[in-house]
Design a protein around this ligand. Structure first.
Ligand code: NDP
Length: 284
């Protein structure tokens, strides 16, 4: 079933999303604030709209992939009246609170609203590994699930429009801290003449293998009992030796020191014999 889709925003990501729609045969109208960005899509079969208003008038499904929350309001506020009865799927990155605010704005305007968090970079869209998280209207998700599937694996979290963004940002937190850990390791070995590429060839399989621990940690955290047998204790994994080695190599201890502080707070509170997942108590 082909669906008329109107895509607002042709940055790197909006272009990739629109390309997948056009290539799958959906009649696609595209708009971008700065003209010229639609040319490649038009050559592929899309229709360019001169204004955002022209784009949203072309059909009932609007996909927004703009810079941020403010730009979504800037583009859509003047069009709220005409969009009553339409569906808005917003793939612009926003905070959970901003997603909820947009959901309320859409509800006031009579627009069905689905919020998406893209867990992919543009060249991954439509390819294996691409994943998009959704929350907001269950009806919209169900109705357009086949279309959403063109971009990647779709996961729906529920009617609370903020949930997709919350998951998105929580997953990114995990990624950034892991990347910082990799960079710290690369800095440690660099004075020994090891290139970052050589280090990466060891770090990638190591970090992949260690993700196998997450499930066990999750079981302990959800169970709320950090004394479960068989865990490495906080005292044992105090990280002092890693900080010493970092200092010896002349590199900053900020990254690894942050983890040590989370551990120390629990040891100081008398929980040194308990397992590593206990550091969540230092965070929440
Ligand atoms: P780009 O910087 O490539 O594009 C930004 C787009 O927003 C452009 O089309 C720009 O138009 C438009 N824009 C910015 N401000 C306004 C405004 N005030 N009014 C109208 N249009 C505006 O960003 P991406 O395409 O990479 O990202 C788009 C969204 O997707 C972001 O929210 C980003 O966080 C999210 N995302 C991106 C990922 C990525 O890897 N690129 C990954 C996951 C999410 P103009 O051409 O006129 O400047």
């Amino acid at each position: 079933n082909s669906v008329q889709v109107n895509v607002l925003g042709l940055g790197a990501m909006g272009t990739a999303l629109a390309e997948a729609l056009v290539d799958a045969g959906h009649p696609t109208t595209v708009w971008n604030r700065t003209p010229g960005k639609a040319d490649g899509l038009v050559a592929r079969g899309a229709t360019a709209a001169a204004t955002a208003g022209d784009a949203v008038r072309g059909g009932r499904l609007v996909i927004a992939c703009l810079l941020d929350h403010a730009s979504v309001h800037e583009v859509l506020d003047p069009l709220a009246g005409e969009m009553a009865g339409s569906t808005l799927i917003n793939l612009t990155t926003t905070s959970p609170a901003q997603a909820r605010e947009l959901a309320a704005w859409a509800a006031d305007a009579g627009i069905a609203y689905l919020s998406g968090g893209i867990m992919a970079v543009p060249h991954m869209i439509g390819k294996p590994g691409s994943s998009i998280l959704y929350s907001g209207s269950a009806d919209v998700f169900r109705q357009y699930e086949p279309l959403l599937g063109l971009w990647g694996t779709s996961t729906y979290f529920g009617e609370d429009a903020g949930l997709a963004s919350l998951y998105d940002l929580a997953l990114l937190s995990g990624m950034y801290v892991m990347f910082a850990g990799f960079v710290h390791g690369a800095a440690m070995v660099a004075p020994a003449g090891v290139t970052a590429r050589e280090f990466a060839s060891m770090a990638a399989p190591w970090l992949s293998a260690m993700t196998g621990e997450l499930e066990g940690y999750a079981t302990v955290i959800d169970g709320g009992d950090y004394t479960v047998e068989g865990q490495q204790s906080l005292e044992f994994s105090d990280l002092g030796h890693i900080l010493d080695a970092s200092s010896e190599q002349g590199v900053s201890t900020e990254v690894i020191g942050m983890v040590q502080r989370l551990i120390r707070r629990q040891i100081d509170a008398g929980h040194g014999k308990e397992g590593f997942p206990r550091i969540i108590e230092s965070i929440r």
